[in-house]
Design a protein around this ligand. Structure first.
Ligand code: GAP
Length: 439
């Protein structure tokens, strides 16, 4: 296997070659740390979001969905503490003028990581990470509005709307998937840290006093979800935030970390946000945000256990974890070992040769899979070996080949991407065979 940086370089190039991820505005030289998802990338992204939504919303009675706006009343961000406290310490190199986060280990050595100047930095200043713009045609301070840096606040300000309209009782949760924006000082590592990204966040409202227990339950459930996505257990771990790492809203926080080629870093955050957000919104809006327990008439502001993970980061982990290079039958191959549920293309259909009616038969099979909403890909170009390799790299779990035997007994071969085992299955059983394995 290659060196860590090599793996990242190879993955970035595979993602471009196969149509997973392109640099934004590439023909203009690219935009810093913003990425576009191509045909396979957008499928992977949809599958990641679907997997999260199914497990967090559809499989539970105690979680409701929400899609709140990116633009919110500016007071929301004062109440949430983001205007005052959502910042990173920024320093500038006196020599090359590059800017860095003051808490980076390289920078703490007092040497500029770019130009190498010693004692390069002056005093750090706080840099707010929220993107600011103006609402309406007038650009003055009364028109300032922010792009949300987290989806969570949309769930807090809608807490009572959802609790009442869905007739939920505490404990219950609000789940959201949506874009968030942060003007990160040091974005990078491909789609690990970007300025525009998507989050999948759950705010789970509980009675104060039961928060520690719910925190443990959600910690375990979220680790299970990553394992169910096929991520290797030994590459995942919990990391508890020390007092200097805790966000301004958190009483307790654990990250689920993944061992990326560039080290152990955050994958998902699980936070006990107490009643901080709801209390602040009650104070700033002047509207009561208490819950009244229908059985006891007790009033309280619920505590919140939050689970927050990036869509893009989940994709990155799936891509890194699934990437492998190996030699089979004397030939090198690159494989993206995505689990079938996440794989963009589920099945590729090939005629072994372009004659004897095989292409027509294969196209018919391909069309029937598509009609049944199984994302199938038809390919008759090049040798069968090359076609297999292309699909291995794209992460396609199964390749179906229509061959001479198909004309004799109506059976086709299905080749498994990981084991390379080929089985013969009747043409009209292929759909059922695939569906059984996707569930
Ligand atoms: N609502 C809580 C919250 O936003 P966070 O730990 O700052 O907590 C949650 O972010 C998750 O969002 C992270 O664990 C990561 O998966 C993702 N994320 C945060 N900043 C990101 C960025 N700049 N680029 C990509 N993903 C990011």
């Amino acid at each position: 296997m290659s060196e860590p940086q090599d793996v990242m370089d190879k993955l970035v190039s595979l993602c471009k070659r196969r149509g997973y991820i392109f640099q934004s505005s590439e023909i203009y030289g690219g935009t810093g740390s913003v990425w576009d998802y191509g045909p396979l990338g957008v499928e992977l992204k949809r599958n990641v979001k679907e997997a999260w939504w199914t497990s967090m919303v559809h499989m539970r009675d105690d979680v409701e969905g929400l899609d709140a706006s990116i633009l919110m009343h500016p007071r929301v961000w004062e109440a949430s503490g983001h205007v005052a406290g959502f910042s990173d310490p920024l320093i500038e190199c006196k020599s090359c003028r590059r800017r860095f986060r003051a808490d980076l280990p390289e920078v703490q050595e007092r040497q500029c990581p770019v130009c190498g100047t010693r004692d390069a930095f002056g005093e750090a200043r706080q840099f707010n990470l929220m993107f600011k713009t103006f609402m309406g045609p007038v650009e003055d301070t009364s028109a300032v509005i922010y792009l949300r840096p987290e989806t969570a606040q949309g769930s807090y300000v809608n807490f009572l709307n959802i609790q009442q309209s869905a007739r939920q009782k505490v404990p219950f949760g609000i789940a959201q998937i949506g874009k968030a924006f942060r003007n990160e000082i040091t974005p990078g590592n491909f789609i690990f840290r970007t300025r525009e990204f998507e989050q999948m966040e759950l705010q789970f409202f509980v009675k104060p006093g039961s928060d520690d227990e719910w925190f443990e339950q959600w910690k375990a459930a979220r680790m299970e979800w990553h394992l169910a996505n096929g991520i290797r257990k030994e590459k995942l771990r919990f990391h508890e935030h020390g007092p200097d790492e805790l966000a301004h809203y958190a009483k307790k926080a654990f990250d689920i970390e993944y061992e990326y080629p560039f080290g152990w870093k955050e994958f998902e955050g699980i936070h006990n946000r107490t009643d901080f957000d709801l209390s602040r919104h009650q104070e700033y809006s002047g509207k009561r945000l208490e819950y009244i327990d229908p059985s006891t008439n007790e009033r309280f502001i619920p505590y919140v256990v939050e689970t927050a993970v990036g869509v893009d980061r989940t994709m990155l982990v799936a891509l890194i974890d699934g990437y492998r290079e190996e030699t089979v039958e004397g030939e090198e191959r690159v494989v993206l070992g995505l689990i079938p549920k996440l794989a963009p293309i589920k099945v590729a259909v090939f005629p072994l040769v372009k004659k004897d009616g095989l292409p027509e038969r294969a196209e018919k099979l391909h069309a029937s899979l598509r009609r049944a909403a199984v994302n199938s890909f038809y390919d008759d170009a090049g040798s069968i070996g090359r076609r297999y390799r292309r699909q291995d790299e794209a992460g396609t779990p199964w390749c179906v080949t229509v061959d001479g035997q198909t004309s004799v007994d109506g059976s086709v071969t299905i080749r498994d991407r990981d084991t390379l085992v080929q089985v013969r299955v009747a043409e009209d059983r292929v759909l059922g065979w695939v569906k059984e394995r996707l569930l």
